[in-house]
Design a protein around this ligand. Structure first.
Ligand SMILES: [Zn+2]
Length: 351
């Protein structure tokens, strides 16, 4: 199985507050939720506890085993052979590519964030050299794909900008560089990433849908990318997460053949409802455009749940279709395999 979007795990033991802080996208999550139930139902047995063990016993056992053993067990139980790691966020406290590979027993590959590349170049560049510098840095990446978090910085309704926006760059550098939020610069950066991605065989991932609280949800609706998608039909575009706009994303994949979609992040968080979410995505999205990801971040529980809940949802869903006479068992197997790994290996040529 290929997990085409996830992050590292935290390299330290966690108390209840630390664990629950990572069990949600807000400032703190809680065991008293769909993902909390899923941790108790699915992760507890991997730590030798009975299903549905209570939060206190779960966290005691976790502390007893230590973060390294817990991560090794949960990541290897996920059954993933290749992990595509977004290394652009809070990397200091998380496992990097090599350590993650060691813990999981799988291969790891890097996804490079466009905004991080631009911010790194801006640290040492003049306004005159900025655009060439960014372009060269994107071309030099050894990553297997690019990612943009434009949804967090200015929203997905960023302008389409072909010529380098010199004034915006001067203003950004004059204010000391740092976090890039200017819509014009982001429009240029994403357009440049898409162009280079098409040349070099690097898919471009977009964060869409829900996420951390610094997001304005309605500006993360992937349908805001419609104009951009019309102009960039040669780049493989990946719409990540998508919930609650996964039906909009499915429509975009339906009308733009270079667009792929996933419901990573949503799968672990909606827990036992993941079959319903996946069913909605598969209403309109062509089956060769759907990929698997967990978007696991910080807690190896999230990587494991992404995989186990996805397998369960796909099996439940296709069993219903088979019972309905909508699909043959052989076609259902082919569908599951293509979403689990076949589609990703076609879309990421560098893996
Ligand atoms: Zn992510």
């Amino acid at each position: 199985m290929i997990d085409h979007h996830c992050h590292g795990v935290v390299r330290r033991d966690l108390d209840r507050a630390g664990f629950e802080a990572l069990l949600g996208e807000g400032t703190a999550g809680t065991f008293d939720s769909a993902v909390g139930l899923a941790v108790r139902r699915w992760c507890a047995p991997v730590l030798d506890l009975p299903e549905h063990a209570g939060p206190a016993s779960y966290l005691d056992r976790r502390a007893e085993l230590g973060w390294r053993e817990v991560s090794t067990r949960l990541l290897s139980a996920a059954g993933v052979t290749d992990w595509l790691l977004d290394t652009g966020f809070e990397q200091g406290s998380l496992t990097g590519l090599a350590e993650f590979a060691e813990l999981s027993g799988g291969r790891t590959h890097e996804i490079a964030r466009l905004e991080s590349i631009a911010e790194e170049v801006a640290r040492t560049s003049s306004a005159a050299g900025l655009f060439d510098g960014i372009e060269q840095a994107i071309r030099a990446t050894e990553a297997v794909g690019l990612k943009t978090i434009a949804a967090y910085r200015c929203g997905l309704d960023f302008p389409l900008v072909e010529s380098p926006p010199v004034r915006a760059a001067e203003a950004w550098l004059r204010s000391g560089g740092g976090r890039l939020t200017d819509p014009e610069l982001i429009g240029w950066l994403v357009g440049t990433g898409a162009r280079i991605g098409a040349e070099l065989g690097l898919p471009l991932q977009f964060h869409t849908g829900f996420g951390d609280p610094d997001l304005v949800l309605h500006r993360a609706d992937p349908s805001l990318l419609t104009g951009f998608l019309r102009e960039n039909t040669d780049t493989s575009i990946m719409l990540l997460h998508c919930w609650p706009f996964h039906r909009n994303a499915g429509y975009l994949a339906h009308v733009f053949r270079n667009v792929s979609v996933d419901v990573g992040l949503a799968i672990p968080y909606v827990g036992h409802r993941s079959t319903a979410v996946l069913a909605e995505l598969l209403e309109l999205a062509p089956y060769d455009s759907v990929l698997f990801s967990s978007d696991g971040y910080g807690l190896p529980e999230l990587h494991y749940l992404g995989s186990v809940l996805w397998r369960r949802a796909m099996t439940q869903l296709t069993d219903t279709w088979i019972a309905d006479g909508a699909i043959t068992p052989a076609d259902a197997d082919r569908l599951i395999e293509s979403v689990a790994h076949g589609n990703a290996s076609g879309i990421y040529p560098r893996i």
